[in-house]
Structures are given as structure tokens and as C-alpha cells.
Design a protein around this ligand. Structure first.
Ligand SMILES: NC(=O)c1ccc[n+]([C@@H]2O[C@H](COP(=O)([O-])OP(=O)(O)OC[C@H]3O[C@@H](n4cnc5c(N)ncnc54)[C@H](OP(=O)(O)O)[C@@H]3O)[C@@H](O)[C@H]2O)c1
Length: 241
């Protein structure tokens, strides 16, 4: 197993991406701590994967993030996949500035808080995983401030990796080009958007949540110990490095 003996914290661990990563980490032998906003949702995932712990932690609240991290013996892997309150699909000319800024401010704030809280407690190395989708804007669909937020996280990844390398802590972003299965069946324009996501790939299919979990587990493992300040492109060819 790739992650035997490792302790991982996943913020947003009951979400669609977070729970997929949690499943993969648990399957690979990690002790998984799930943090999020709703206890019942965390419990449901925890029962399924046999999580080591769950906690309601507001990732926007630095004191709460620190107190939670302090309660975990040692952290090897930290990943933040909370939702950032993003408004998507609204053209920028029609967008409220607060809606535009929300994913930027929330994404930068929570990633800073969770990554630094984890890194301070990583002994003998560790891994910070960032989740994003930085790249060219999608044609015909506005990501609003989400794209700007992803780009800001890429800047943070470079800075963190540079500062934390001496402590043996790696920082890697997982980049997707859109996960088609995340769109609810009744989402307006779903078929067109899914078609656009798939058409933009080279492989003719979009990454799934399971794909994200599998790559996250590999990147978090010692098999990827030479990867830092790097991105793992899991876009099926939508994003070209
Ligand atoms: N799905 C995609 O295609 C895709 C692709 C690229 C990037 N992303 C990004 O990945 C992130 C996660 O996406 P998702 O589809 O997994 O979202 P999701 O299913 O809505 O899950 C997000 C989780 O974050 C938790 N959360 C929200 N605010 C929080 C806070 N302040 N503190 C702690 N936990 C908080 C939520 O808890 P509650 O449910 O209890 O509120 C929820 O469990 C988003 O930022 C999204 O933009 C998604």
C-alpha cells in the first residue's frame, strides 16, 4: 500500500472531491482525519472508510484550524478541498465584485491556514496538496473568480515549496480540467457543458473523482518523493503543460 504509516488531514473531506481523496488514502493504508463543516456528512464518509477521526473545523478560522491540527499526533499529508463559495456561469460583466472575490479570498485564506498549520507539524517531511485548475479560461463558460483563485494558489504553491523544501515538505497542485460527473443531473445546460469538457480533452473523456483520488494518493506517497513545486496534470489533456 502506498500510504501505510502516514497520517493525512483532508479539509472538506466530506465533499465530492474530498471524499474521493479520502477513499483513496484509506485504501492505500493512511490514517485519515476528515475536517469539514457538517458532522453528519463527515460521519457518513468516516464510517465508509474507517477514518481515524472527524472534526467540525471552519477552515476560514485560523484558531480553529490550529487547535484541530494540534490534536493530531503528527501530520504527514494535508489537503484542502473545501468549496470556496464560488459563483460560476455568470459572465464577468454581470458579476457582483463580492461574488468574484469570494473564491479568491476564501481559497487563499483557507489554503494558507491549513497548509501552514499542517507544515508546522510535519516531522521529517510531509506533503501539502493543493487542488486547482489553473490554465486557460474555458470557452463559453465563466468560472468567475474561481480561475483567479486557482492562479493565486499556484503562486502560493511556488512560495511554500521554496520555503518548506529544507524541512522535507513537498507542495504539489493537482490540476483538473473540469470533472464532468460533479455537475448535478438537473444542472442547467449540463449536457452542453459536459460535452464541452470532454471535447476539450485529448482523451475524449473527463477525469473522474476516482481519478483524482488515485493521483492524489500517488503524489502524497514516497514514490513521488522527488516531486515538489510541481503540478500533477489530471485533465485528460485539456491542460497542456
Ligand atoms: N468538482 C469539480 O469539478 C472541481 C474541479 C476543480 C476544482 N474544484 C474545486 O474543488 C473544491 C471542492 O469541490 P467539490 O466539488 O468537492 O465541493 P463540495 O462537494 O461542495 O465539497 C466541499 C466541502 O467543503 C466543505 N466546506 C466548505 N466551506 C468550508 C469551511 N469554511 N471549512 C471547512 N469545510 C468547508 C463543505 O462542507 P459542508 O458540505 O458541510 O458545507 C463540503 O464538504 C472547490 O473549491 C472546487 O472549486 C472542483
Amino acid at each position: 500500500m502506498l500510504l501505510e504509516g502516514k497520517t493525512a488531514v483532508i479539509y472538506g473531506g466530506a465533499g465530492r472531491v474530498g471524499s474521493a481523496v479520502a477513499r483513496a488514502f484509506a485504501r492505500e493504508g493512511a490514517q485519515v482525519h476528515l475536517a469539514g463543516r457538517t458532522q453528519a456528512k463527515l460521519d457518513a464518509v468516516a464510517v465508509e472508510i474507517g477514518a481515524a477521526g472527524t472534526a467540525v473545523v471552519d477552515a476560514l478560522d485560523g484558531a480553529a484550524v490550529e487547535a484541530h491540527a494540534e490534536g493530531i499526533d503528527a501530520i504527514d499529508i494535508s489537503m484542502n478541498v473545501i468549496s470556496h463559495g464560488d459563483v460560476q456561469g455568470t459572465p464577468m460583466l454581470e458579476m457582483d465584485v463580492e461574488d468574484y472575490l469570494a473564491p479568491v479570498v476564501n481559497g487563499v485564506r483557507t489554503t494558507f491556514l491549513t497548509a501552514t498549520a499542517g507544515a508546522r507539524r510535519m516531522r521529517g517531511g510531509g506533503v501539502i496538496l493543493i487542488f486547482g485548475g489553473s490554465g486557460d479560461p474555458l470557452r463559453g463558460y465563466s468560472l468567475g473568480g474561481l480561475q483567479t483563485g486557482f492562479d493565486a494558489l499556484e503562486s502560493m504553491r511556488r512560495q511554500l515549496a521554496s520555503e518548506l523544501g529544507a524541512r522535507g515538505v513537498r507542495v504539489v497542485t493537482l490540476r483538473t480540467g473540469g470533472i464532468a460527473e460533479s455537475l448535478p443531473a438537473d444542472f442547467e445546460g449540463r449536457d452542453r457543458i459536459v460535452g464541452d469538457i470532454e471535447a476539450a480533452t485529448m482523451l475524449g473523456r473527463a477525469a473522474t473523482f476516482e481519478d483524482v483520488g488515485n493521483v492524489a494518493a500517488f503524489v502524497a506517497s514516497d514514490r513521488a518523493r522527488s516531486m515538489t513545486a510541481a503540478t500533477a496534470n489530471i485533465s485528460c489533456g485539456t491542460l497542456i503543460d
